[in-house]
Design a protein around this ligand. Structure first.
Ligand code: HEM
Length: 493
């Protein structure tokens, strides 16, 4: 099996080569297939086992460094570098399988994968393909991911791959990603957690597959008794029809998502103004805490990762993940439409509609995204920034598409008029832009009832207010669905 499925490759720099093979002649098709199998034969591909062993070697080096006070920073860097290698992974689209004329028995059979992302625009309310960027409007056959912590070492492998690809490709597009390790004020810091461009710590909650990671979550990351992050292997792995008995692969969704940071901040401020009006009507100018709370209502976590369902101010610090929305059935701590509540409702469906929790948990996806564009939390008006969103799953329709379509884009998720996901919700192009698009937000954090004392006895006037945000501020710029073939299948190409 290839790496980066059961566990992230964890490298901070990444290059994505989006390949359109020239498949007109049998000779070109043969070369393209040889390129793919050659990635395995030449040991360029990082296997899951290799990734596991390297991670162990990396930890061993770190332990050595930790116990050795005399070691210099330069030595530390060299030691860590020697313990890791450049990550390389490859995936193929359904169009790729067809164009390369691979044996149809090799073809993975997920219906959304077979249709391809361009055919799913209407289902997901994506912008029309003609509005996508050039890297994605063309037929994409394969994607090679190259990743490393050292930009120079990564570049030399990318150059090597581009040379190999010469002569039988119509086009090789490239997207580059950088994990933004930034402090809250936006200053770069190699030991800081990864943030996305709206300023929030990202990549916190993931389904976990390895006993070691689950054990870590249990003992060192706040426990797993309230929310269990473990997941069965069939959440992401499928038997590769082209592989041997031990050959497993996974479906990957790729989406380039542009983030309009200024727009998002304007909406955050509009929401903060309303929060301030209810919380302190005599001094209704929003405080920094109101603005932080507004952002947390939109995402479901504060910028530092504190879940807003747990408390109304940031500061829990250790990236907690052992939480559910059980104590907030009315959405007065974490609005129903908040990004993390929609994308992983953690039992909401069971509590509200009796839907089995086991069923909801099968929808979870494994995120492998990385930011693109300038590394900053204050991009200028001409800076194009966003997320190269990647996620792994065993069914695109039942996992990624279900989250995007049934939850994020659904304005009546859990409750009538709860609203669109303020981060990734998308609406139909011809949807009338009216008040039905407003979401409902808590008037006072954690308060279920607001009483009107002008009546006797006081009457309950509701605990939420409606506000139509001006987003979506995330725009899909193109994408494709891929399958990550097993090593044995690739070898047989
Ligand atoms: C969680 C941002 C796109 C699904 C998060 C978190 C942030 C975030 C800040 C919270 C931290 C964490 O748990 O990792 C973004 C941004 C996006 C984006 C800025 C686009 C530019 C998407 C898309 C999907 C998605 C397209 C899937 C349709 C999830 C899931 C979680 C999550 C499943 C974890 C929820 C949980 O388990 O608590 N995202 N996201 N995100 N996001 Fe996104």
């Amino acid at each position: 099996m290839q790496g980066n499925i059961l566990k992230s490759h964890g490298r901070d720099h990444s290059s994505h080569l989006l390949i359109t093979f020239d498949t007109e002649t049998p000779e070109h098709r043969r070369k393209a297939r040889e390129f793919l199998s050659g990635l395995v034969e030449s040991n360029l591909i990082t296997t899951a086992l290799q990734q596991w062993e390297e991670a162990k070697a990396y930890r061993d080096v770190q332990a050595t460094i930790h116990g050795n006070g005399a070691i210099t920073d330069k030595d530390v860097a060299a030691l860590l570098l020697s313990a890791s290698s450049v990550f390389v992974g490859v995936m193929v689209s359904a169009e790729g399988y067809r164009a390369l004329k691979l044996d149809t028995r090799y073809m993975p059979d997920d219906p959304s994968f077979l249709a391809g992302a361009k055919a799913r625009v209407d289902v997901l309310q994506d912008p029309p393909v003609e509005d996508w960027e050039d890297n994605f409007t063309v037929p994409l056959h394969a994607l090679v991911i190259v990743a490393d912590d050292v930009a120079d070492r990564l570049e030399s492998v990318v150059t090597q791959l581009k040379e190999l690809l010469q002569g039988f490709c119509l086009r090789v597009g490239e997207e580059t990603g950088t994990a933004m390790r930034l402090k809250a004020d936006g200053e770069e810091d190699p030991s800081a957690p990864v943030r996305e461009h709206f300023g929030f710590v990202d990549g916190v909650s993931q389904p976990l597959f390895y006993a070691r990671d689950i054990d870590n979550a249990r003992t060192r990351r706040g426990g797993i008794d309230r929310y269990d992050p473990s997941a069965p292997l069939d959440q992401v792995l499928v038997k590769d029809p082209g592989g041997k008995d031990t050959g497993y692969g996974s479906y990957f969704v790729y989406r380039k998502l542009e983030q309009n940071v200024e727009g998002f901040r304007d909406d955050e401020m509009a929401l903060a103004k309303k929060i301030a009006e209810f919380a302190h009507p005599k001094t209704p100018t929003p405080t920094p805490e109101d603005i932080a709370l507004a952002g947390a209502y939109m995402v479901g976590r504060f910028q530092d990762g504190t879940p807003v369902v747990e408390r109304g101010v940031a500061g829990l610090g250790s990236l907690p993940n052992n939480f559910t929305f059980d104590a907030d059935p009315d959405g007065v701590r974490c609005p129903f439409q908040a990004h993390v509540r929609k994308s992983n409702p953690r039992g909401d469906k069971q509590r509200q509609f009796g839907q089995p929790l086991t069923q909801e948990r099968t929808v979870r996806i494994v995120r492998r995204a990385i930011s693109y564009g300038k590394v900053t939390l204050q991009p200028g008006p001409d800076d194009k920034v966003g997320l190269l969103f990647l996620c792994a799953q065993s069914s695109i329709a039942d996992q990624f598409e279900f989250i995007q379509n049934q939850w994020a884009n659904n304005r009546n998720f859990l409750r009538e008029h709860s609203g669109l996901d303020p981060v990734i919700g998308q609406i139909q192009q011809d949807q009338p832009d009216d008040d039905t698009l407003a979401g409902h937000w808590p008037k006072l954090y954690g308060s279920r009832n607001e009483l009107d004392f002008s009546t006797n006895p006081p009457s309950v006037v509701g605990h939420t207010f409606a506000l139509r945000l001006l987003g979506p501020w995330v725009t899909m710029k193109g994408g494709e669905y891929f399958f990550v073939p097993s090593l044995s299948a690739l070898r047989a190409y």
